[in-house]
Each structure stands twice: as structure tokens, then as C-alpha cells.
Design a protein around this ligand. Structure first.
Ligand SMILES: [Zn+2]
Length: 230
């Protein structure tokens, strides 16, 4: 029975911080593995049609619980892994990873489009988008690197065949792990209590006034500073 080894690989990223990701690796040192990464960035769309209730719900579904959600950045992605060359006797794998993005910023419909609060929330969400673009840039290198380790070359050598479904599962598991780990490095900083306090203090407190009626609906006891999320 084949037992997968799990080990940690430390990744240094441009911020100077480093973190470790678990890789199920049995890297075939004598394999030639290449993975070309192609990113097709969608045009950012601004959606002003959802209200606070809907955005709060969407945030909760995305794992960001807030009392009143006034803005949200989402980047819907389609990621495809295709095998261009699978020369197993020659120990060569050549792949292409295609990432197609569709970024959307939601700003609550309660905030009039010409208001200071609208611009405030939009600017905040743009910070999330900017960082997401940075993460995607880093992902190109990360994908090329972890492709060296993530495929079960020992099993390929043993069976003489490539199980593409299993290979894709391993690939996407690692892709999602790294993407989320990179996101965790900055998105929580953008959403720090300090940055929320700063936001609620701007526009002469307009955001709080526009949402004043909403507070009771949400049955919230948290301070206004904590209400602007994601
Ligand atoms: Zn945020």
C-alpha cells in the first residue's frame, strides 16, 4: 500500500513574510514538469443593486460575518488545468493552467451613488481588489513551483498511467490552499478594526447616518465602527 508523505514547504513571498503550506509530495526528481499559467482578467464591474441585507448574507456565506455589510469584493474565477503533453516513459508532463476572472464589487443600494459614503466603501473594496491582483500575480509562480511536487509521479511510474482526475484533484486542492493562504496575509489587515474606525470617522459620519435605521433591523449591539466589512 502506498502511503503519501506529507511535508511542509516554506514559501517566501514578496512581503518578506514566509509561511508554510503542506504538500503531499513524492516529487519525481528526474521528471520534467512544466505548467504554463495564463490569466485572463475580467473587467471589474460595480454592482449597486444589492441592499445591506443581501450583502450581509453574501458576506456570511463567504465566511465574513458582519452585522451590516455595506460592501463586498468577489472575484469569481474559473480555473482549468489541461494536459498538453503526457510523455510518461520520457517522464515529461506539460500543462497549461488557465485562470479566468470576473471581479465584482458590491456597494449597498442604501448608499446613494453620489454620496461620500458610496465612494468610501468603493475605495475600501478597491483595496481588496488590488491585493487580489497581487495574489494572482504571485499565483503564477506558485503554480509553476508546486506543480513540481504535487503530482503523484511514483504512482505514474508504478502504474504506467496518469490518472488525470486524481491529478486535477491534487492540483486544485493545492491551488485553493495557496490562494487562500496568500489572501489571508492581507485581506484581514485591510479589514482591521483600525481601518473600520477610520472609515466610520470619514465623510462626517455619513455612513453611520445612512445605516442608522438598519441597526435595529440587524438587532446589533456592536459599535458602528465594526459595521463596515469586506
Ligand atoms: Zn474589507
Amino acid at each position: 500500500m502506498f502511503i503519501e508523505r506529507v511535508f511542509l514547504r516554506c514559501v517566501a513571498v514578496i512581503s518578506g513574510l514566509s509561511f508554510c503550506v503542506p504538500l503531499m509530495a513524492n516529487a519525481g526528481a528526474n521528471w520534467q514538469i512544466s505548467n504554463r499559467v495564463v490569466i485572463e482578467h475580467g473587467v471589474l464591474s460595480i454592482d449597486h443593486s444589492k441592499n445591506v441585507k443581501q450583502i450581509t448574507l453574501a458576506q456570511a456565506q463567504g465566511g465574513f460575518k458582519a452585522d451590516l455589510g455595506v460592501g463586498l469584493f468577489q472575484n469569481r474565477q474559473k480555473v482549468e488545468l489541461s494536459f498538453n503533453e503526457t510523455n510518461l516513459p520520457g517522464k515529461r508532463l506539460s500543462m497549461t493552467t488557465r485562470i479566468v476572472t470576473a471581479p465584482v464589487i458590491y456597494v449597498a443600494s442604501e448608499l446613494p451613488k453620489d454620496s461620500c459614503a458610496f465612494k468610501l466603501v468603493l475605495d475600501h473594496e478597491m483595496k481588496h481588489q488590488d491585493y487580489d491582483l497581487e495574489v494572482l500575480r504571485i499565483m503564477s509562480d506558485e503554480v509553476r513551483q508546486f506543480s513540481q511536487d504535487v503530482f503523484d509521479t511514483a504512482a505514474i511510474e508504478r502504474t504506467g498511467s496518469l490518472n488525470q482526475e486524481q491529478a486535477r484533484n491534487r492540483f486544485f486542492q493545492q491551488f485553493n490552499y495557496v490562494y487562500q493562504a496568500l489572501g489571508q496575509m492581507r485581506h484581514p489587515v485591510i479589514d482591521s478594526p483600525e481601518s473600520y474606525r477610520d472609515l466610520s470617522g470619514q465623510c462626517n459620519g455619513e455612513l453611520g447616518r445612512l445605516l442608522a435605521g438598519k441597526q435595529n433591523q440587524a438587532n446589533s449591539t456592536r459599535p458602528a465602527a465594526a459595521k463596515v466589512a469586506k
